[in-house]
Design a protein around this ligand. Structure first.
Ligand SMILES: NC(=O)c1ccc[n+]([C@@H]2O[C@H](COP(=O)([O-])OP(=O)(O)OC[C@H]3O[C@@H](n4cnc5c(N)ncnc54)[C@H](OP(=O)(O)O)[C@@H]3O)[C@@H](O)[C@H]2O)c1
Length: 253
């Protein structure tokens, strides 16, 4: 199958490209770095010529609801439109567990993205994942002022990107796919512990500075809104690689 991966140079996208290539697919790796801006319809159209399937793993760094909404809505609309024009039969979009319970900030953009797919005529599957194990390092890097690194309280059930990438490719290969699937790691964790363990294991020196959850999005994460729970009305796939096992592989790199 010819599989187009949007966001192919990102944390998730790289792993998806690896998994799909290993499984014998002809992979189109798409991002601005490879000359395709998902916000430019003509570029998306040209990129999807000959594609059978699409995996949407694009991202934007903003945490603001309006900016995130504009980005994800426009990106998904272009993918949907070009997919329909080219007769792409399967689209898989990578989303996040709990965004309907925590529809604030960046997550408002993810909900807007899901709604574009829900309203589209093209056949699609939404894969809602929990935070990646890499999230701890992303928080360390993004919340730093010199040697000080702000860490907010959050409960999460992080997932291994290698396992998640295989599940995304499963969804592309599954002719019966559709609707929403949830994917989580095997253990509920507290973010401050993960950031501390990550910094120690990877040799990042600095001061961890606990901050309160100051926005609605962070309050939701603090209260566990992005954990999979028994109330999920869609299938839940639980990975086997927990944060500590993943971190041990990072240490030896
Ligand atoms: N991080 C998490 O813990 C987590 C958990 C669950 C789900 N997710 C979801 O997973 C998806 C991927 O996240 P990630 O952390 O892997 O993202 P990332 O590392 O920030 O990568 C983003 C990707 O999007 C591409 N991109 C950004 N703007 C683009 C544009 N205008 N046109 C084309 N490509 C563009 C980037 O490439 P260029 O810069 O080259 O364009 C890059 O390949 C996101 O939708 C996110 O919501 C993330």
């Amino acid at each position: 199958m010819r599989v187009a991966v949007f966001g192919a140079t990102g944390a998730a996208g790289r792993r998806i490209v690896d998994a799909a290539t290993r499984r014998g697919h002809d992979v189109l790796a798409l991002s601005r770095a490879t000359g395709v801006d998902v916000l430019v319809l003509d570029q998306v159209r040209d990129a999807l010529a000959g594609a059978d399937a699409v995996i949407d793993a694009v991202n934007t760094p903003t945490l603001h609801a309006q900016e995130a909404t504009e980005f994800f809505r426009a990106a998904a609309a272009n993918i949907v439109r070009a997919s329909a024009e080219h007769g792409v039969t399967r689209v898989v979009a990578l989303s996040i567990v709990g965004i309907d319970r925590n529809p604030h900030g960046y997550y408002a953009g993810k909900l807007a993205q899901e709604r574009v797919y829900a309203d589209a005529s093209v056949s699609h599957t939404i894969v809602r994942a929990t935070q990646f194990h890499e999230f701890a390092g992303q928080i360390w890097s993004s919340g730093g002022w010199g040697p000080v690194h702000a860490v907010f309280p959050a409960r999460l059930q992080p997932v291994d990107l290698g396992e998640l990438a295989e599940i995304l490719v499963d969804a592309v290969e599954d002719a019966e796919a559709g609707g929403i699937r949830h994917v989580a790691g095997p253990r509920v964790e507290e973010l401050p512990r993960l950031v501390k363990a990550w910094a120690r294991a990877t040799g990042h020196r600095g001061i961890r500075f606990p901050i309160p959850a100051a926005t609605d999005q962070l309050k939701g994460m603090r209260d566990g809104a992005n954990l999979p729970d028994a109330a999920l009305d869609a299938p839940l796939i639980v990975g086997t690689i927990d944060f500590d096992a993943w971190l041990a592989t990072q240490r030896t790199r």
